[in-house]
Design a protein around this ligand. Structure first.
Ligand SMILES: NC(=O)c1ccc[n+]([C@@H]2O[C@H](COP(=O)([O-])OP(=O)(O)OC[C@H]3O[C@@H](n4cnc5c(N)ncnc54)[C@H](OP(=O)(O)O)[C@@H]3O)[C@@H](O)[C@H]2O)c1
Length: 279
């Protein structure tokens, strides 16, 4: 199967390396400067091509930044035949915009995340009604990412605020904890190992345990014990509301990136909980 990759950045790398591990593809890479396309061609045994050299392909993956979409579509609109399946990784750019601007009826929007690089990714996706071969997409991407089909594009944008941006929130949390350790004189190596194992161990426990997240938390927390005191700080600082703000802003930005309205459905979901007087 021939696959064109338009834009060769971090996310394209995660997806192409997964595809490469689990399938047989002939890749054709394009970037405006050609530099990253050359690097990809070397790494994934494909070809770096110019616009004119791009052959007919079965699939094309759009992987530039949303802000580069207009420039990309001006060049590539109408280049691929109507049977080609277009897979867009662009945040916020809707299926109908992609169909219109790329002149391609068959579109899948896929929002992966960077853990795809290590085979632990999540991909939220949705397709245009013209895509009849979604099972082929699922069987080729499913082996290297957990695929979740969204029921609407609004839901895709909302879920992506958790899954696609989520790794950055987790890494920021890890960075803060690790720099706290280092500020108290713990070596950078020890701090890094401690935090990596903390996240890896906790994630593995969540993955392998039948307990809910709440039960897992309670198993670490004795009444009035040390962990309880730490969690009390979360509660008194309204950590839950802070998370809601983070998700809200992320979701809003994905909607504004694609000039879409922010929907009341998720606006109400994200309403802050009323704080009880004692909190
Ligand atoms: N990063 C994430 O975690 C994540 C998660 C989900 C979805 N996404 C989506 O994935 C997409 C790519 O993100 P990224 O972080 O991989 O970006 P990136 O690393 O900045 O890569 C962007 C690539 O697009 C190329 N490009 C720039 N202008 C172009 C144009 N006019 N036509 C074709 N290609 C062009 C760049 O070429 P040069 O190499 O020549 O500069 C570069 O190779 C974004 O749309 C983003 O919304 C990202």
């Amino acid at each position: 199967m021939r696959v064109a990759i338009i834009g060769c950045g971090n996310m394209a790398e995660a997806v192409v390396s997964g595809m490469n591990r689990f399938g047989k593809y002939e890749f054709f890479f394009y970037t405006p400067s050609g530099k990253r396309a050359q690097e990809f061609a070397k790494k994934f045994s494909g070809k770096a091509v110019s616009f004119d050299e791009m052959p007919e392909v079965d699939r094309v993956i759009f992987a530039c930044k949303p802000q580069q979409f207009n420039e990309m579509s001006q060049l590539w609109a109408g280049k691929f035949n109507s049977k080609t399946l277009g897979i867009s990784l662009l945040a916020g750019v809707s299926v109908s915009d992609l169909q219109k601007k790329m002149k391609l009826p068959k579109i899948i929007r896929l929002m992966p995340n960077t853990p795809t690089l290590v085979g632990q990714g999540i991909g939220i996706w949705i397709k245009s009604s013209e895509v009849l071969e979604a099972h082929e997409f699922v069987s080729s991407f499913g082996p290297f990412m957990e695929l979740i089909e969204a029921s609407s594009e609004d839901e895709l944008d909302f879920l992506s605020a958790f899954s696609a941006s989520g790794p950055a929130f987790i890494f920021e949390w890890a960075r803060i904890l690790s720099s706290l350790l280092m500020s108290e004189g713990i070596s950078s190596k020890q701090s890094q190992i401690l935090i990596q194992k903390l996240f890896l161990g906790s994630a593995t426990l969540m993955d392998q345990s039948v307990d809910s997240f709440e039960t897992l938390r309670n198993k670490v927390t004795s009444p009035k014990g040390m962990t309880f005191e730490g969690l009390e700080v979360f509660r008194k600082s309204h950590l839950e509301n802070l998370f809601k703000d983070v998700i809200h802003q992320t979701y809003r930005r994905s909607r504004t990136l694609g000039d879409q309205p922010v929907l009341p459905k998720f606006e109400s979901f994200l309403q802050k909980q009323q704080q009880s007087p004692e909190q």
